[in-house]
Structure formats: structure tokens, C-alpha cells
Design a protein around this ligand. Sequence first.
Ligand code: NAD
Length: 472
Amino acid sequence: MDTPTPLDLDLGRMLERLRQAHRRKRPDYAQRMDDLARLAEAVKRHADELVRAVSGDFGRRSRHVTQSADLMTTLGEIRHLRKHLRRWMRPRRAPVNAAFLPARAELLPQPLGVVGIMAPWNYPIQLLLIPLADAIAAGNHVMAKPSEFAPRTAAVLAKVVSESFPPDRVVLVQGDAELGAAFSRLPFDHLLFTGSTAVGRKVMAAAAPNLTPVTLELGGKSPALIAPGYDLRHAAARIAVGKCFNAGQTCVAPDYVLVPRAQRDELARLLLAELRRLYPSLATNPDYTAIVNARQAARLRDMLDEARERGVTVMQHRPDQEPPPPGIELIPPTLLLDPPDELRVMREEIFGPLLPLKSYDSHDEAIAYILERDRPLAFYPFDRDRRRLRRSLEAVVAGSVCVNDTLVQFGQDELPVGGVGASGMGRYHGEAGFLAFSHLQPVMHQPRLNAVGLFDPPYGRVADALLRLLAR
Ligand code: NAD
């Protein structure tokens, strides 16, 4: 980027204002606690409005999904931060090498300065406010960008932020991909981006000239692996719930299932039965979330059409033939039996309610299938054999794992959230979030009485003796 655009200049001025204010006075413990409390109050005050806004953005989104996965998670995170902040902010004692005693050392958590946060549309509240709260807890100022694909929610979030913080401490900027690109070119002290792997690459490239460190929370294909002999009914129940929560528009949703070949058809039957129990109807069912927009729905329908054209067996949960209300994009939960690997549904992250079932002949083959692909954001082994499970856990490197269930690892205060390899880098939530936005500054304290001067030039016999002693 050679010549800055007017957008670059506008954003640059905003960043400078946040930076100057941070230089003047960085938030102390009391300030951070107050800020977090005010943020929680504002979220509570606007909770109903936020639920309505998210539903408006999706066309229809389950109130229970927004309340649990967006609001409760955000408020839970803020509560957790406030509970532990005093301890996390304390200098951490570090040992010093024996030769330097009686010096002492510590690690002093320092705020980084101004943090940039870019959020996607799928959980538009928590994916903006949780990193924001973590960054505030660590004593930073923040510039945040919500997704342009959830504009009603972004408008309410703008109120939440402006009612909680003065504009030289936290600002929210709204815009599309062009603004996103300009945002990621800003010389932040740290940038957290949540979104697709493709855009994550661009964000990291844009941050590189500034040497801005990045946390990338990306996506990818998260496998569920059903071990031979596993109770299929239980696996079907937990996979159906995890796949259709928010209609599959969840970064850690199980993307596809690896199942022993002989059990594939029984699993398909049980999954469909479970999906019918969870969602007895679709068209008018408030529990079944719509696809966020026509572009995303078209992407999913294209994947499905391609599979059908290739002769893949497709099984759909269609309890009613009623059309959905106008303006809503509904895709029914859909199983695809053994789609070939070259199809889009097996190459790209699905991010919707399509679920491929892939047969395997041996457990080792199933593990090899996962290892040959990008490192997943989440891995869901269903296995009660402890030794085999341990082998799977040691073989697969994933952002996070949940054994015998789906999604719930995401809601734990002290399990960090983050990917690995193509699913991202860095981690946040809880103390990991505090640390992601802090610099643990090593500090050494030299006491008045110490032995270090013994090793100063001119080097003589004492220095030689010391070297001999230390080399042992
Ligand atoms: P996306 O990557 O398509 O878009 C994210 C944002 O990037 C957009 O709002 C846009 O404004 C901005 N953008 C577009 N082009 C840009 C550019 N060149 N430079 C900078 N910014 C640019 O993602 P999405 O569709 O909003 O979200 C879905 C993706 O997010 C999925 O891949 C999903 O797995 C992932 N995701 C990951 C997590 C996680 O915690 N790891 C959570 C939720 C979603």
C-alpha cells in the first residue's frame, strides 16, 4: 500500500486518538473493572434489542441460540475476567539462575496499547465483545469492526460500545470488505481477526509491513470420528445437535463424520430420526435458524447440486413441504453419503446444515484421512476405548477437542479458543485472552549486594575461577 486512501487517513486518525489517550493514561485496575461492569450492564440493557437484531439479520434466528451462545457467553466471560483480574495483573515471580542470586525476577503484565478486533456475522455479539472484553481487561484501548453481514446487530453494538466507553478508549467502525482491508493495514499493537482462512491470509499480509502481531481465529473442516463399536444412537444425537445449532453456521460445528463402513447406513437412519425429533417442522419453526443471506444459501445449494449431479446419495429432513416465510433462506438438514473427496462439499468448509458421512475401513485409515488434511479447528472423537482414544488425541492436532460430544468445549471459561495451522493462530478467552493482549515484561531486580561485579574486566584469576565453576 503506497498512497494512503481517504479511508486509511480517517481510520489512521481514529487510531491515533486512541493511542494518544492510552499514552496519557493507561487504564488501571479500577478503570478496567468499571469498564467491564459498564459493558456487561449495557449488554443486559440492550439484550432484547440484540436478540431481535440478530434474528433480523439472519431472517430468523432462534432466540435461545442468541441468548445462550451470544449473550450468556459474553456476560460469562466478563464475569470471569472481573473475578480473576486482580490476580492476573499482579507481577508473576520468575526464578533467577543460581549464579545471579540474590537477584530476583518477575514477569510484569503490560498492556500492548491499541488492539484491533474484526468480527464475523455468525455469532456477531460474542465474537466482537469477548475479544474486546479480554483486551480491555489487559488494559488496552480498542478499535473494533463488526461484520457488514449483520448490520442490525452492528447498530445495536455501536450503542452498547458508545454507552460503555468514551470514544478515545473504544471505538466501533462499520463497513464492508474495503473498510476491512483498510482496517487490517492500520499499525495496531495487536490485531485479532475472526473469519475465513482465505481472508485471514490477507489480514496477516496486511499486518506484516507494520509488524503488527495477529491472532487469527479461522475456520476449516472439523471432523467427527465415530470409533468402531461406538453407540451410534448417542453419537447421532450429539452430532445432530452440534451440526444444526445455528443451522450449521458455527465455526466449530462438526463438518463431516467418519464412520465405520458397515455402520454408515444405520448412522444415517438414526441421524434423520434425531433431526426430526429436534426439529419436528422447519418452515415455521422458530428453533431452526435461517441461512444468513442469499449468497451463503446459494453457496450451500451449489455444493449440494454438485454432489447430486455426481450421483451422491442425499437424504434430507423434510418434515413439511410448506415454503418458508418470504425473505428467509432455509436449508433443511441434509446428509450426503460418501461424497468423493474432489467435490466442494469435501474440499471447502461447509458452514451450513449439510453433513457428509464418510465411510472408513480401519480406525488408522480414518486418522490418516484427518492427518492428510489441514489441521482442523475442532475434532470430535466418539470413543469409549481409552487406549484407542488416547492414540487419536495424540495423533490429531486440532484447535480444540471434545470427546463424546460436540461444541461444548467452546463455552468453558478456562479452555482457550483458537486454531492451529490453517484453522488459525493464537488463542483467547479467560486468562489466555488476558495474556494474548498483554506483554509479559521480564524484569530483573539487582540488589545492592551482588556478585556480578566479580566478572568485570580486567579479567584475572577470579574471573577464570568463576568460569571454571560455571562451566561445570
Ligand atoms: P469472512 O472471512 O468472509 O469475512 C470476515 C470479514 O472480513 C468481513 O466482515 C469483511 O468485512 C472482512 N474482509 C473481507 N475482505 C477483507 C480483506 N481483504 N481484508 C480484511 N478484511 C476483509 O468470514 P465470514 O463469512 O464473516 O465468517 C465465516 C468464517 O468465519 C468461517 O470460515 C468460520 O469458520 C469463521 N469463524 C471462525 C471462528 C473462530 O473462532 N475460529 C468463529 C466464527 C467464524
